[in-house]
Design a protein around this ligand. Structure first.
Ligand code: IVH
Length: 675
């Protein structure tokens, strides 16, 4: 017989063995985050178990790992009564409020000596899971705190909820509580798919999780990639550890997924410091948190402190400044990017979000606006996440008045009035006039920045364009002393410095020139890939689209854009001018220098105030370090200037030390590189 299935008794033993193996590997994977088998080995165990169960359907146990998704739909969710009410938490919004909470608790308990457990406050949906003799028997929503809905079938589909606990160290019946959530990446992927099918989008991961878990068609829940963190023991028929931290450790040992970021502290100041680090680090997490939950560790204190209404006195939610707010979208305006892209953005009635006043927010592109159905005059939700540019999440349709028109991107460039076109397969429309002043201005300022021409700020670029002294980036190389000093408020000293920097920029490596050229989809990292592969600008310009696409790391979209750029007559005329000016067009391999920073890797992000990024990179290279563009675990330091963007969050999530500019300059001084 195939798959070695023999007698029913033998099969039963084998099935039990497979189930317990699978359960154990689930435990290692989900509860311990320390997988021991490959996906393929795991899948093989599942396949063998399925084969037995297909052959002997009478052996199928309801909590078998193969039975997570039932075939039938749920008619209605039954109501369950919570044996202990599911409470909520009081909030603190600043240190002062946290301290007031602590002082009240200390006074009531007659001691100031507490240990605190600090936990990420997961932004999802609270559930209660009941285990009987180690088996999952019921899962319910919080509902009104006293009664919830029985969503056991839906919760079974969440792979990180064990159907069978590990070991034997559990009471006969007990309940744990936790938060079901949807990881950010799953949320984005799901919304993208929904958009493609023209379905309405979920506003945030929490709504998505709540909507997914209460599906009567359990297959839908199963398709939604939900996960859970367990943060509390609800009740237990039997003993449990005397402290909350020990309880969480115990639950984790039973196979329940407990957040590894949870920490214990003895001083409130340390709680505060921990909270502060999370204000930034939260953005690098795979799930959304809206604060920290601070709990007193000693459970005997819990009984002493009791409750106020529905809120325990022994715990508090220490919330982050809200990152979302609603306001009125006055108008949708367009800004023309350096590649000619028409970038729609929202002009808003000023609103405070996450401690900052926001007046403008990005709207990404036309499709995004139409998909979310954002219209001028709408009340909209605005979001700020860390250092990311504020964005409009969506309209509050219930507050829409009148019947505003659906948004349409203009067909003409709002600056030069030339035709705008949207290339096939692209999300953005582009102004077709390469001499469009808005486009040129952005391109030249970008060029100047990328080529490290220090001193030639936006104001000067604008002035030079205005006077017709430059028309494109290459003209910068033909500026003279007389022309510069003739500008209002430009002294000889500054002019000399600018001219020296222009001269020095001719020696920039090819990758820097490539990113300065403003080729659509070619940023710093792609430019480096192209430069390293082709070595000369000429080789890139002569390459076929296929040859470009064959380069590792270059997709067809980038290849098409690079190819088109070097087959545009106007662009090639500018490149010719650059050549005539003596700008380097080759990739020179920097000699690796041995120095005090050998073996270290630096990433620079954001705008440095004192030193241009290129110079900073050159400095660390001179000391033996590498400077790269992307944050990986190998990076030693991230140096963050103003508006650092997502790299900072990534550094936070990897625990890479971040230096600000002062810290970086101090380090360079230590190595004798600066006075
Ligand atoms: S403890 C009595 N811990 O926040 C203690 N709750 O605002 C009750 N939440 O209903 C909850 N993360 O849905 C606790 N680490 C955490 C939490 C957490 C998220 C949610 C939970 C609760 C709500 C209260």
């Amino acid at each position: 017989m195939s798959c070695g299935i023999g007698h029913v008794q033998e099969a039963q033993v084998k099935a039990e063995e497979l189930r317990s193996q699978i359960n154990y590997y689930d435990y290692l994977y989900y509860a311990k985050d320390a997988p021991e088998v490959s996906d393929a080995e795991y899948d093989e165990l599942m396949r063998r178990l399925r084969a037995i169960e297909e052959h002997y359907p009478e052996l199928i146990a309801p909590d078998s790992p193969t039975q997570r998704v039932p075939a039938v739909k749920i008619e209605a969710f039954a109501t369950v009564e919570h044996r202990e009410p599911m409470l909520s938490l009081a909030n603190a919004f600043n240190f002062h409020e946290l301290e007031a909470w602590y002082k009240r608790a200390a006074k009531m308990a007659g001691t100031e000596k507490f240990r605190f457990v600090c936990e990420p406050k997961i932004d999802g949906l609270a559930v209660a899971l009941v285990y009987e003799n180690g088996r999952f028997v019921q899962g319910a929503t919080r509902g009104d705190g006293l009664h919830g809905e029985n969503i056991s079938e839906n919760l079974r589909t969440i792979r990180s909820i064990p159907m069978q606990l590990q070991g034997k160290d559990y009471p006969e019946r007990f309940e744990v509580r936790g938060e079901v959530y949807m990881p950010k990446s799953a949320f984005e992927a799901m919304n993208n798919e929904r958009a493609e099918r023209g379905e309405p989008l979920f506003m945030n991961p929490r709504n998505a999780a709540a909507g997914s878990v209460r599906q009567k068609d359990v297959k839908l829940t199963a398709s939604r990639k939900l996960d859970i963190w367990i943060y509390q023991l609800g009740w237990a028929d039997g003993d449990s550890p005397p402290t909350h931290s020990a309880t969480l450790e115990w639950l984790n040992g039973l196979g329940l997924r407990v957040n590894p970021e949870i920490k214990r502290f003895e001083k409130l100041d340390d709680v505060q410091a921990f909270y502060k680090t999370w204000e930034e680090r939260r953005h690098g997490l795979e799930y959304e948190i809206d604060g920290m939950v601070v709990k007193i560790d000693d459970k005997s204190v819990w009984d002493e402190l009791g409750y106020v209404g529905r809120e325990p006195r022994w715990a508090i939610a220490y919330k982050f400044a809200p990152i979302q707010a609603t306001t009125k979208l006055i108008r949708i305006a367009i800004n023309v990017g350096r590649t000619g892209s028409l970038n729609p953005y929202a002009i808003l009635e000023p609103v405070r979000v996450g401690g900052v006043i926001v007046k403008q927010a990005t709207l990404h592109n036309e499709d995004d606006i139409r998909r979310k159905d954002i219209r001028e005059g709408d009340t909209v939700i605005v979001q700020r996440a860390g250092d990311v540019i504020p964005q409009v999440v969506g309209p509050v349709v219930s507050k829409r008045t009148g019947n505003p028109r659906k948004y349409k991107l203009p067909k003409k460039c709002p600056v030069c009035k030339s035709e705008a076109v949207r290339p096939e397969g692209e999300a953005m429309s582009y102004c077709t006039n390469i001499s469009c002043p808005a486009q040129m201005f952005r391109w030249i300022t970008h060029f100047v920045y990328a080529m490290d021409i220090d001193g030639l700020g936006e104001q000067w670029v604008w002035n030079l364009l205005d006077r017709g002294l430059i028309e494109d980036p290459a003209d910068v190389y033909f500026l003279t002393m007389e022309q510069l000093v003739a500008l209002d408020r430009m002294g000889e000293k500054l002019a000399t410095k600018i001219l020296a920097n222009i001269e020095a920029s001719k020696q920039m490596n090819l990758n820097r020139l490539l990113s300065a050229l403003g080729i659509r989809h070619v940023g710093g990292e792609i430019a480096l890939v192209l430069a390293n592969h082709f070595q000369t600008l000429e080789a890139i310009a002569n390459a076929s689209e296929e040859e470009i696409a064959e380069v590792e790391g270059i997709g067809p979209k980038i290849a098409a854009s690079v190819y088109a750029y070097f087959h545009d007559r106007q662009k090639m005329a500018i490149i010719d001018k650059l050549k005539k000016a003596g700008v380097n067009m080759e990739q020179r391999q920097p000699k690796r220098i041995e120095g005090p920073l050998s073996g270290q890797t630096f990433v620079f992000t954001g705008t440095l105030g004192v030193m241009p990024r290129g110079k900073a990179e050159a400095l660390v290279t001179r000391l033996g370090a590498d400077a790269t563009g992307s944050v990986t675990r190998k990076v030693t330091y991230v140096v963050a200037g103003a508006d650092p963007g997502s790299k900072l969050a990534k550094a936070g999530s990897y625990g890479i030390p971040v230096l600000d500019e002062d810290g970086f300059l101090a380090m360079m001084r230590e190595h004798g590189e600066l006075e």
